[in-house]
Design a protein around this ligand. Structure first.
Ligand code: DGL
Length: 294
């Protein structure tokens, strides 16, 4: 059995890369719904329907556990998938999102103000705010050291097209990024969550703009660490996963992805641009197979 990684497009490859670096011993299936990306501005019903189709596809491909790498789908579809669909269809398997692990880390390191940036869908869903409230340790008595955390959000809809265009180092992108981050910087957020698959590409620029007083959380690394921890605690899932006989992680990452037999990549659309983005974000020689989700 494998670990499935789902994203609305190819940004999830950035998360997958961190996961494979941390856990090279498992087999993976990546699915990017790039024929219907972006999900960021879509309605909840549509995002749910697409996510359900994707999860169903990955379970049929023998995934034991699925990580929804897409923040928008984690924000708008994960709860219903976990609470209703999974129970009716695959009660013994698991679907996890990216919001909870990042929030758990954020509430641990934040002093008093957390900033969240993401797509309009993620920000409007308030999913990060809800999770932060859930995971903030309640001070007892209430006046004890850690004050209630304040959360400031900012949707950044222009960043994905700029990143996909390869404009991450252009001055225009920095200007737009500075514009989006300005309210968070002025409010002196001490911790910033990059709530979108693509934003780790701008990690250096974001850190540069926010300054050293702000901890910028790299979601890919955090999700990978949290998955390792989850598998260590859930032997009933971990024991069912196929393991590569003697893969050494360092060797594996220096090989081209086509030489790594234990990751399959599925997409719902394939073009020169998608091939280019896949190679840029995951590795040379990545081989996609095109499928249809229904
Ligand atoms: N993968 C999405 C996310 O992390 C970004 C792209 C999209 O809007 O579909 O929110």
């Amino acid at each position: 059995m494998r670990i499935g990684i789902f994203d609305s497009g190819l940004g999830g490859l950035i998360i997958l890369k961190e996961i494979v670096k941390k856990l090279p011993q498992y087999d993976y299936i990546y699915l990017g719904d790039n024929a219907r990306t972006p999900y960021g501005n879509r309605s909840q019903d549509v995002i749910y329907k697409f996510t359900e189709q994707a999860v169903n596809f990955l379970f049929k491909q023998d995934c034991e556990l699925i990580i929804i790498a897409c923040n928008t789908a984690s924000a708008k579809a994960l709860r219903k998938i976990q609470q209703e669909w999974l129970l009716q269809n695959y009660p013994d398997r698991r679907v996890l999102g990216v919001i909870r692990p990042v929030v758990e880390k954020a509430v641990l390191v934040a002093k008093n103000k957390i900033g969240v940036i993401g797509t309009k869908g993620t920000i409007n869903s308030q999913a990060y705010i809800r999770e932060i409230e859930k995971f903030t340790p309640k001070a007892d008595p209430p006046q004890a050291e850690k004050p209630q955390l304040e959360v400031l959000q900012q949707a950044c809809p222009l960043l994905i097209p700029l990143i996909e265009e390869g404009w991450e180092n252009r001055p225009e992108t920095k200007k737009i990024l500075r514009y989006y981050l300005r309210p968070l910087k002025l409010a002196k957020v001490d911790t910033l969550i990059l709530g979108c698959t693509h934003y780790p590409i701008l990690l250096k620029e974001v850190k540069g703009i926010m300054g050293i007083q702000t901890k910028v959380l790299n979601s890919g690394e955090i999700v990978a660490e949290s998955l390792a921890d989850y598998l260590a605690r859930h032997n009933e899932i971990e024991s069912k996963l196929d393991k590569a006989a003697s893969v050494d992680g360092s060797t594996m990452l220096t090989m081209t992805t086509s030489a790594v037999p234990n990751i399959k990549f599925f997409v719902t659309d394939l073009s020169e641009l998608y091939q280019e983005l896949g190679e840029k974000w995951f590795g040379k020689g990545i081989e996609f197979e095109k499928i249809e989700l229904k």
